[in-house]
Every structure is written in structure tokens, then in C-alpha cells.
Design a protein around this ligand. Sequence first.
Ligand code: ADP
Ligand code: ASP
Ligand code: MG
Length: 814
Amino acid sequence: MKVLKFGGTSVANANNISLVKNIIADLGSNKTIVVVSALGGITDLLLKTAALASAQDQTYKTILKEIEDRHLLTIKELIPIHSQSKVLSKVKSELNTLETLLEGAYLIGEITPKLSDKIVSYGELLSSYIISEYFIVEGIDTVHADSRQLIKTNSNFGKATVNFNLTNNNITEYVDKCNNSVIIMGGFIASAVNGDSTTLGRGGSDYTAAIVANAINAEVLEIWTDVSGMYTANPKIVKQAMAIPHISYEEAMELSHFGAKVLYPPTIQPVLTKGISIVIKNTFDPKAAGTLITKNKNGQGKTVRGISHVENIALVSLEGPGMVGITGISKRFFEVLSTAGISVVMITQASSEHSICIGIDNQDADHAVQVINDAFDIEISLGKIKPVIAEKDLAIIALVGDNMKSHQGLSGKMFSTLGKNNVNIRAIAQGASERNISAVILKEDVKKALNTLHEEFFEENIKQLNLFVMGVGNVGAKFLNQIQSQKKYLKEKLKLNIRVIGMSNSRTMIFDEDGIALKNWEELLSKGEKTDLDLFFQKVKKLNYRNSIFVDNTASQEVSETYNSYLRNSISVVTCNKIACSSAYDNYQELKDLARQYNAPFLFETNVGAGLPIIDTLKHLVASGDKILKIQAVLSGSLNFVFNNFNDSTTFHDVVKQAQEEGYTEPDPKIDLSGVDVMRKILILARESGNVLNIEDIQNNPFLPQESLETTNNEDFFKSLTKYETSFQEMYKKAVEEDSKLKYVAQFENGKASVGLQRIPKGHDFYNLEGSDNIVLFYTERYPNQPMIIKGAGAGADVTASGIFADIIRIGNF
Ligand code: ADP
Ligand code: ASP
Ligand code: MG
């Protein structure tokens, strides 16, 4: 005989119940016991209406009405009109009794645990009755059994203890006598020996089914729910989680104890003793294999089987110098808790015996603090023990697997993975069975912790990078295109899964927790909310994704001032915006320090030479012990364009105008022509070579007349260029006479940097520089005479975007 249990979602409405019927009909005429939960959500509503009624809040009636409507609608949708009246009148009469109970609670302004159980039992009572009537109408030979008559418990309302002797007898007797093929009973509900309704604890329908399976020696216990088995982690939180095909009782118990709600923890015990297998199946995908739970699988398969978590945990530590060496403190400590009915989820004790630390439910925290402080008041007054306090709003995450004990290094891997993502660990514990390693963390870190650990232990090293992109102009748009076209390659070859979670331009911003669809980002972004830099940061922080990267594709000072906040929250920063790195040295240094301290890379390869690997090369040279002696470089694509096109058959004014119009210069061309842009670049290179330098320390030898430099708008600037045309022509002539070319050169040597226009003779490395190319010569201790040269396109949206991309990949491989 099989026992099948269908949970709340599986019986939430008429449509779902019809799926349940199909599953039962497919079993044929074999005798089967079906245990059902209340219609999904009804238990919560019953508890809510009871709480409101006892608080003398009239709105309890609205909730009661909702409960009534759900049941009546389900009947009307399931059962043909001509058979409805009997079912409707029975259900209405039960609902009337429920109403009377609630009125009672309202009048007295109080609710006892006994009355609460009575009220809450209506959920399963009604669902099991309605479903059995529907099955009968559908031609399935069904009988409705009242679970309260069969399952007997003590009077510990809310979570009663089963009397197995009585219960097993009742069930076997009933089943033996019963001639119907299908017996339907409500889960979760039972009764005390005196007949009072009791319940088995939230989620307890699984337990009911296990009790029945045990009593009748069922061939299998099937738990039908809304997911396809027990997953490697809660699938609602970890998208990549997968169903575990086969797992041992102990592993399942450990996972469920630590929060895998798909199975109520006490469920395993009754079937384990009889060796009855459990199969977890999906009502909405019956073909999916689900999870098989059996006896220990003797060391086959994976070491870590699953990761689970419990939220709303509080930590309470008993500590103090008076604890060392005194026997019996732990005993008293746990006795106090047990007498107060507080269950301990996790225990850790430091080997110094200086402290015992326990994890308990948040709800019990205040009570626990009070009873412990009362019990140890003498020791506390003598200063031997410190008064305990509770640290609330924590969570436990646990790695579970039978084979973990035979593998070294798992806890190291677990903690370093969490550490890398800046998940603060408040306490750790390892079960004596070594089937479990658990860590207590902040509640807000749960999602990040679970996903990172899942990635580490289950996802064949596919690493997810979560990007928050600010600035989607020229460079930003190209960058998004590149991500989209490289996505598949990165996933397959580099095992990187890149997603853009947030995006913003100066007008609007959007977020999508599952990743923004890059195909139509423009349209999505145009419909976003108004951009707000602080709000953008707050959202990124709140999402708290692992491997978060803030990407700045703007040239904005304001945006550059936010890096600090990102880094402090372990969010990496990748930027092509030069402002931060060329700002005051202290600011640059602080950002670098934060990056180190919070384990969040701060990368800005594109600050110099766009996509050329200049900064990265410099870093490697320095890191490997080389010393930079001299840097000589042509770093301005705009100035190259200008001087490559300027000659005696044109005017300087026209060439600059053309450069501006073709997008080779900043919108304000003076920034390029005055050398400020190049100063920033050489400053960054000097700093990255290990020098303390500020922009004021750089010598700028201007080629522009003072009057041009002093202009305050583009119009005046261009006018001044025309005015001084003769002097520009002079510069050109002189260069031609010397058989040289004009190049704007940046130089760094002996701690000093300078920028300025130079006449470069034939044969020099700079002489043949084309278009907007950049070139850098590094003279180092290892390359003293023949410099290391990096040369190539040093401007343009495409190469800049690919430079940003390269930084992202660097973080991925970090
Ligand atoms: P039912 O009402 O069918 O008893 P539950 O809501 O009690 O269903 O349990 C199923 C839910 O358990 C899933 O929808 C999922 O959100 C949650 N869950 C938590 N951890 C896990 C896990 N490791 N594997 C599967 N489901 C899990
Ligand atoms: N209906 C009960 C609850 O919601 C029991 C169950 O569904 O397992 O807790
Ligand atoms: Mg459940």
C-alpha cells in the first residue's frame, strides 16, 4: 500500500485538486491512503482570524469571510451543481461552528492553545472532506477518514506528541476494515485522548503521512508538493539549485532540520524505523523524478549534498571567567532552557570553556535571556559570569552530507568562500556526526551566502558576476552589446555568467533581480524610475548579490564620489572615468586601500590608453619586483588626431573643429588641448608605479597661447585659435624643417612628470604613430635600454568598452 501526501499548494484551488485527482486515478484500483493539507494559505488565515478575534478586532470577520469564500468557490468549481448541495450544506455548517468559536474568542478577548488548535483544525477538516467528495463524484472509490479519530496525542496543543500505540492500532484497525480503494484524511490534525482537537506543528501534514505509512507498513511514502524534490538549496532563493536524486534519511533530516521546509523534520523518524522509502514529487510536474530518500547510501556520490538555512535565529552566549573548570554549568544552562520550553537549534562551545553559545528562535530570545539571567543571578552578581544578551535577526546556514566527514578542508572552503564575499560569520558549529557544518550569519546575507556556497559546491565552478552599470552612452552601449554577444562564450569557456542587474543613465534607472534582458535594454531603461545616485547605491547594497560590480562609464565627478560607498560594501568598482584616480592622492589611496580591505577589486584599466593593457602590465611589473625608471608616452588620441591632420594647407582652427565634430575630443576641446587629460593619465601611471604625486606636481608646458587657455567657452576658444593661427603655423614649419613630427608627449622620470608638445625626429618610436593610436614606453630595471612598448588604438568607444570588459573578466578570475 502507498501513502501519498499532498501539500497546501497542491490542493490550493479547484484546478490544482483536479491535478491531484489525475495522479490518484493513474494509480488504478490499488488501495491507497491520501493525506491532504488545508487549502494553501488557509492555516495562516485561520491563525490570523483567531488572533484578531482574541484581540477583539472586528476585522477577524473579513478574514473569516475570505476563508469561507475560498472553500465555497472550490466546491462550486469542483463538484457538478446537482451534487453540490450536500457538500455545501455540510461545509457551511462546519463554517458556522468555526464562526461560533471565533465569536467566543472575540467576546472573551482571549485565545487558549486548546481553542487555537480547535480553530486551526478546520483547515484540514474541510479540505479532506471536500476532496473526498470530489473524488467520489469523479468515480474514485473513496472514503473520508477523520484523522482526529485515528491519530491520538497528548494535550500539548500546537505541537502535540503522538501516542504511537493507540495511533497504530487505530489506523491498522480502520484500514483493515475499510474496503474502499482510497482513504482520504486530513494531515496535521489529531486529538487528545479526551477528544480535544490537537495539531502536530506547522507543516505537520508530512508527519501525519509518515505516521500512517509506519502504521500500515506502507511500501512507500510519497510527499507531493510544489517543487520537484528536495533541492541542493531552497529553489526560491537559489535559482541554480537542482533536485537531489537520492539522499539518505539522515541527510534529509539534517537538511530539513536546518530549514528545508519541503519536509517537516519529524517526518523521517517513523518511516526510518521501518525502512520505508520516501519520494518527494511535484504535483505540477509528475513526470519529474523527484527525490528518493532511503537508508544510508554508504559513501557514494557527492560530499556536500545540500545547503539549507534557518532564518530568525538569535545567538545567546553564556560567558565569563567563572565558567572555567567549573563542572555542571552547561548542565544547568541547558536545564533552564529546557524547563522554559525553549528549543536549541545549534550549540557551539569554545574549547577554552570560556563560553557556551547557542542559536535559538528569535521569538524565544527575550524569554531565554530572562530565564538564564535569573538562573545564574548569583554568579552574575559575583562577576563570575556576564549577564547574557541576545543578538537577534541572524540566520544559520548549513552544509549537509553524509560523506563530509571523510573529506578534509570543507569547512575551510566554506568559510573562505563566505569571507571572500564579505559575509560576516558570527558563530560556527560542526555536528558531532560531521554530517553538518553550520555558520551563523546576518539575516540580510542569507541570499548571498546561499548562492555563493551553492556556486562553490554545486555549479561546476560557474561563477556569476552581477553588474550594476552606470552610464550607457557611447562606451556603455558598446559594452552592453559586447556582454550580450560574448555571454555564451564566457559561460562555456571561462565559466563566467555575467548578468546586468541594474543600469542607469543620467535620466532613468532600472533593476531586474534576474538580470536585465539586454536585447531591449534601451526600451526598458526609458521606462525606468528617475535616476538618483544614492538610491542606486542603496538598491545595489540591499540586493546584496555576491560578486557585485559597479561599472562607471560616465565622466561624472559625482559618480566618481560614490565609489567609496560601493567598495566599503565589498562591491567591486570598474571605471573608465579618470576623475577618481587623478583626484587628490589621499582619495586615490583610500580607494585602493578600501579595495584591499573589503576584498573588492577597484579596476580602471581604461583610464589610460582605452583598451590597451597598460595599467595591468604596469601592475604586473611592479608586483614582480621590477622598478619603473622612466615612462614616455603619447596618450592623447585627440591630440594625435589634431597633429596628424594639421599642416600648411589647413588651419589649426579647422582641424580642432573637425576633431571636435568627429568626437575625437571632449565636448570642451580645451580639456584635451590644454593637456589636462594627458596630465591625468601620466599622473595615474606615476601613481601606479608607486609614486606619491598630485596633479599640481606635473609640469605642463602649454603650446596654446595664454589667451586661448583663459577662454571660458568654446566660441571664444575657437576665435582665439584663429587669432593665433600664425603661431601654430610656425610650430608646424619648425617641425618640418627639422624633419620631425609634432607629438604631445607625457613623461615621467625621477619622480617628476611633465606633459607638452615635442618635435619627434625620424626614427623615434613615436614618429610613425597613426590616427588616434597611443604608445607607452616603460623603461625599467629589467628593460633599461630597450623599453617595453605598448602601442595601439588608444581612443574610441569600442576599445574602451572592451577594456572595461577585460577588467570585469579580471574580477571573474580573481
Ligand atoms: P507543502 O505545502 O507541499 O507541504 P511546503 O511549502 O511546506 O510545501 O514545502 C515546499 C517548499 O519548501 C518549496 O516550495 C520551497 O520553497 C521550500 N524549500 C526550502 N528548502 C528547500 C529545498 N532544499 N528543497 C526543496 N524545497 C525547499
Ligand atoms: N496546514 C498545515 C500548515 O500550514 C500543515 C501542513 O500544511 O503541513 O502548517
Ligand atoms: Mg509542508
